[in-house]
Structures are given as C-alpha cells and as structure tokens.
Design a protein around this ligand. Structure first.
Ligand code: ADP
Length: 481
C-alpha cells in the first residue's frame, strides 16, 4: 500500500508536533521544514504528497503563496493551510488563494479527514489540469492544421466576435479583425446572419465572400480549455472554374444538338412506317414501332431538358417579364395537367385566392415550373389527389405563394435536401418511375431564383409531398432579375 508523505512548512513547533503525532499515528511519513523557499525545496526532495503550509509564515494580509509553492517544484502536491483556530478569515482567504483545505492550530482534532480530503481534491484538480492541457494542446494542433489551409477558417464566440482567423481568412478580410463582429466583417451586415443566429450547434451554409468567390461553410461547436463554447467554421471554395464551366457548357450544347439530328430521322421513319408507306404492318409490328415512337419521344424530351438546363443553370437565359395574374399562368398548363391526371385516375384541384395580386414574371417560365412540379406529383402519386393553390404568403403580403401538393409516395428525409441538385433522383423512385433525369427541380429552382423568389419542399415518406414557391407580387414597379 502506498505510504503518503506530509510536509509541514513553518516555524510553529507546537503545531508541527501536534500534526506529526497525529499523522504518524495514522501511518503517514512526516517532515518539517521552514516556510521559506529552501523549506519548499526540501519538501520537494522529500517527494511530499501533501504540503501543510503555516499561514503565520507570511503577514496576515499577504496572499496565499500557491504560485511560489508551485515554482519551488511542488507542482502536483495538495496544499493545506494551517491557520490559527480563531482565524476564520485567514482560512477563507487561503481557500480563495488556491489552498485545497485548511487545518486549525493548535491541533485539537484529528487532521486525517482534512488531509485525505485535500489529497482527493488535489488529485481531481490535477486530472482537470491535465484534461485542460490536453484540450489546449489539441486546440493548438487543430489551429495549426487550419492555419495551413488555403481555404478560410475562423473561430467566433457565442456573441459573434471573431476570436481567431487563419491566414487564408486574413487575406480575404484583412489582418487585425479579431474582436470584431463576424457578420459585420464578413458580410457588411449590422445584424447577425440568420444561420448563425438560429443554429446553436453545427450548421452548413453557402456564402459569397469579399474576394468574389463562393464557399460552402461547415461549422461545429468547440470548447476552449476554460470550457467556454466557441464556433469553428471552415469554408470550401466552390466557385465554379470558369474555364471548366465553359467547356462543360459547350460540350452539352454540342452533344445535345448532335443527338437531335438522328432522333429526327428516327421520328421521320417511324411515321413513314406507321402511315403504311413501307408496306402493310401487322398488329405486333405496330406495337413494336409504338414502343420506338414513345422511347424516341422521351429521348427528345430529355435532350430538350438538357439544353434548357444548360442555359438556365449557366444563367444564359433572358426572362420576358410582364405583369400577369397567376390564373393567366395556370391557364397555359392546366389543360395538359388535367388530362395527365385524369389518365392516371387522379383528381386535380386548383384554388386561387380571391383578390390575389398579379406578379411581374416570365409567364411561360413560371408555367414551366408549375408543369414540372405538378408533372412530378402526377408521376409519383398512384391514388388520391393533387392540389395547386395560389395565395398571399402568410405574414408577407408582398409575395405570392404557389403550392403543389400530392398524396403520393413522398420523399425520404435524407433525400429532401438533395432533390434540387442536378441529376439527383431518389434511388427507389428510379424503380417506381423509369422516366426522368433529375433535371426538372434544378431548372425550376433557378427560374424561381431569377424571379427573386424561393422554391422549397416538404414531404413525408408514404404520405405525400408539397412543393412551394414564392415570388414578389407586382406592386406597380418592375422587378428586374
Ligand atoms: P425528374 O425528372 O427525375 O422527376 P426532378 O428534378 O423533377 O427530376 O425531381 C428529382 C427527384 O425528386 C425525382 O426523381 C423524385 O425522386 C423526387 N421527387 C420530385 N417530386 C416528387 C414528388 N412530388 N413526390 C415524390 N418524389 C418527388
């Protein structure tokens, strides 16, 4: 069993004697030395576990000398202050100055419980100190790694104050910005950004910074060695490479146009065959050619969508803006949608709020969005109904909201954030509906954005989906994209 060592540092012979008698009787090894630096060094050589520091070593109003004790090499020891029995104030001062406990002198009670308690708290404190050192070291290592990144990284306090920035962030925002408010320095805003204000923990967002580049940020909550919460954010440059985008765009445009020519030939010869110009067809042959005709039609749609996506997603399209009512826009697509819904045995309900303000929009582009959303609803609904509703945006009469809702298969939670990405299709839906290339929603979101609006989705798997978009209502002023 470990034998603990106790060192009394002081010049009070009676107190030393009392402590020695009691603690030796309890199985401790004991030494005494003076209350000066040499005494402390002797205690360190003795490898004491507990230091009993006589408060009379210093004037009554002197601070408890914890730092001096540690400096003398007694770094791990529990420290107990030995104070006169009527000196409660001295005892409290010692605890405030870092002593683990105190013992009254002359020694009347068994000091063992106080010494054991001090050993215990000393050990706990050492463990906490060690953990804090590990946290500090880890934080320093993380900062060291982040400092070398070519992308911006920074740490902010819960009060949105910049505490640290790496070199890449300093190059964008300038040096010496520590202490400033992040929303002000990063985005020239007077109020905290929504993502930061709302998210207490981890968050993801995209932002265009002062260097004109776009970044995807991920933030996480970290704690410093004092246990204070801080937010660490790291950005990844997602600015599309202009050269690559150009090659990409030209490639899609060329391939799409080249595909149109053979497809036109297929359509032409299919029609010749169906008209009987190549000879009489049997019933089976007609069915086969009909399959070719439908497949060619789908391919045709896909190519047109690809060409359109190429234009819309590269911002290479013009809106023909005019004042129009939502009803005018719905009229462009409703006939086709009604018959598609009927073909599948679905009910399509349409509701436009009374007195709904017109919008300033490209009618055919907004109609295209409604057709995309409603077309999806029809595709992914086997029974039940679909609804298209248009009204004022709740709590914002300056905007018009259009919702397309269905009672279809719904969208799994993990896919909901991705369905607006280019070419994204929910895995299980590929089996359910073969048709589709995952372009419609990406195009629709871009069209709505170009109108100064937002498109978003809500869904519950197995229950149905609701897609909503809001665009500014016409207030007698033209809204230019
Ligand atoms: P697609 O041409 O494949 O329909 P979209 O971009 O329009 O492309 O849609 C992307 C994917 O989102 C679809 O493939 C489907 O998995 C899912 N989706 C879209 N609308 C609905 C809906 N109303 N119900 C269920 N899933 C939907």
């Amino acid at each position: 069993m470990k034998v603990y060592r106790v060192a009394y540092l002081g010049n009070d012979g009676e107190a030393a004697m009392g402590l020695e008698t009691a603690l030796k009787g309890d199985g401790f090894q004991f030494m005494r030395a003076g209350g000066d630096y040499q005494g402390m060094e002797k205690a360190a050589e003795f490898n004491a576990d507990v230091i009993l520091w006589d408060k009379d070593n210093l004037p009554a109003d002197a601070a408890f000398p914890l730092e001096e004790i540690r400096d003398a090499g007694l770094t791990r020891q529990a420290v107990v202050s030995v104070v006169r029995s009527n000196d409660l104030e001295g005892a409290i001062k010692s605890l405030a100055g870092g002593a683990n406990d105190f013992i009254y002198k002359p020694v009347k009670e068994d000091p063992l419980p106080r010494v054991i308690a001090a050993l215990n708290t000393g050990q706990k404190q050492r463990r906490i100190d060690w953990c804090n050192r590990v946290i500090e070291d880890t934080n320093d290592q993380v900062k060291g790694i982040l400092a070398t990144l070519t992308d911006p990284a920074y740490i902010v306090s819960p009060e949105y104050q910049i505490l640290w920035m790496n070199r890449a962030a300093e190059e964008i925002f300038g040096e010496g910005q520590r202490g400033g408010a992040c929303h002000h320095i990063f985005y020239d805003r007077t109020e905290p950004c929504e993502v930061c204000a709302k998210s207490k923990g981890a968050a993801r967002w995209r932002a265009t910074l002062k260097n004109g580049k776009s970044y995807r940020f991920i933030s996480a909550v970290v704690r410093n060695s004092k246990g204070e919460v801080e937010k660490l954010a790291v950005g990844t440059d997602i600015t599309p490479d202009q050269e690559v985008s150009k090659i990409h765009k030209t490639f899609i445009a060329n391939v799409s146009h080249d595909l149109r020519t053979p497809l036109a030939a297929i359509d032409q010869y299919v029609n010749i065959l169906l008209e009987g110009l190549g000879g009489e067809l049997t019933e089976d042959q007609r069915d086969y050619i009909d399959v070719i005709r439908r497949s060619s039609f789908r391919l045709h749609n896909l190519i047109e969508n690809l060409i359109d996506a190429n234009k819309v997603l590269s911002g290479d399209f013009k809106l023909k803006m005019e004042v129009a009512s939502i009803q005018d826009i719905l009229d462009i697509v409703l006939g086709r949608l009604q018959s598609q819904a009927e073909d599948k045995g679905l009910t399509l309900q349409v509701q436009v709020a009374e007195g709904l303000q017109p919008v300033y929009a490209d009618k055919s582009r907004i109609a295209q969005v409604i057709a995309n959303l409603a077309g999806n609803s029809i595709k992914f609904t086997e029974q039940g109904m679909m609804q298209i509703r248009a009204g004022f945006m709740p709590r914002d009469e300056g905007r018009v909201i259009v919702s397309v809702e269905d009672t279809g298969i719904g969208i799994p939670k993990e896919d909901l954030g991705k369905i607006f990405d280019l070419f994204y299709r929910v895995e299980k839906d590929k089996v359910y509906v073969e048709e589709g290339a995952g372009l419609g929603l990406a195009i629709s979101r871009e069209i709505i954005r170009a109108h100064g609006g937002t498109l978003w989705a809500e869904s519950m798997e197995g229950m149905g989906s609701a897609f909503h978009f809001s665009i500014p209502a016409y207030k007698g002023q033209a809204v230019i994209r």
